[in-house]
Design a binder for this molecule. Structure first.
Ligand code: 13P
Length: 244
């Protein structure tokens, strides 16, 4: 299977800049772009034409109701999203999202026919204490337990994003990422019966280091933040990734 590159544009780009960048990217390999909510509608027509996948950066766990400011998974689906990132460490950190909340979002996304990209990863303290593996396994257990087996046609993607590597320029060394990816694949198989789930690496990925990750079979692609918002760097990253 080809490698998957998911761009998380976070809150870096305005809708106008998102349309410009999207137009400049061009499809190379399997690519999904997750712009800010405000840009999703405009990008959805472009995404359909280009064959680039479209994803949101979060969703709520219920489809309708009095939830001011939240985004319904069915609405994301209606405007053309196929993917949704859930449990990003910036949501967990700034908005106190717990594993329980993230688990409900995974369930809601799957029920709607969206492909959740579930983010897990340890912080610097946990890594230094030798607790990275335990922490990630705990996150998987708490978010996936109770999900049951996935139905035919349903898919889930996991993103291993060590918090200390996000936006810091201190990318995780590929061998360590491979160990974590193996562990994640084993646990996901055990918890929801999905064999060889796709696991993306995220955290300071750029065009200079992308190849060092993608050369490993355990690394199915990357979740790219900052580097995906810079036209030339992203184009070069995609061109490298498409050769794997
Ligand atoms: P950076 O690529 O900017 O480190 O961000 C990674 C990330 O959080 C993607 O979701």
């Amino acid at each position: 299977m080809s490698k998957l590159i998911v761009a998380n544009w976070k809150m870096y780009l305005s809708p106008k800049n998102s349309v410009e960048l999207f137009g400049a990217v061009g499809k190379k390999g399997e690519v999904v772009i997750c712009p800010s909510f405000a840009a999703l509608n405009q990008l959805s027509t472009l995404a359909k034409k280009s064959g680039i996948g479209l994803g949101a950066q979060d969703c709520f766990w219920t489809n309708r109701g009095a939830y001011t400011g939240e985004i319904s998974p069915v609405d994301l689906k209606e405007i053309g999203c196929e993917y949704v990132i859930v449990g990003h460490s910036e949501r967990r950190g700034y908005f106190q999202e717990t594993d329980e909340m993230v688990g409900k979002k995974v369930k809601a996304a799957l029920a709607t026919g969206l492909i959740p990209i579930l983010c897990v990863g340890e912080n610097e303290f946990e890594r230094k204490k030798g607790k990275a593996a335990t922490h990630v396994v705990e996150q998987l257990k708490k978010t996936l337990t109770g999900l049951g087996k996935l139905r035919a046609g349903q898919e889930i993607i996991i993103a291993y994003e060590p918090v200390w590597a996000i936006g810091t320029g201190k990318a995780c060394d590929p061998e360590t990422a491979v160990e974590m990816h193996q562990l994640i694949k084993e646990k996901v198989a055990e918890l929801i019966g999905v064999k060889n789930v796709r696991v993306l690496y995220g955290g300071s990925v750029n065009d200079k280091n992308i190849a060092s990750y993608l050369e490993y079979a355990e690394i199915d692609g990357a979740l790219v933040g900052g580097a995906s918002t810079k036209k030339d760097i992203f184009a070069s990253l995609l061109s490298i990734a498409s050769k794997f």
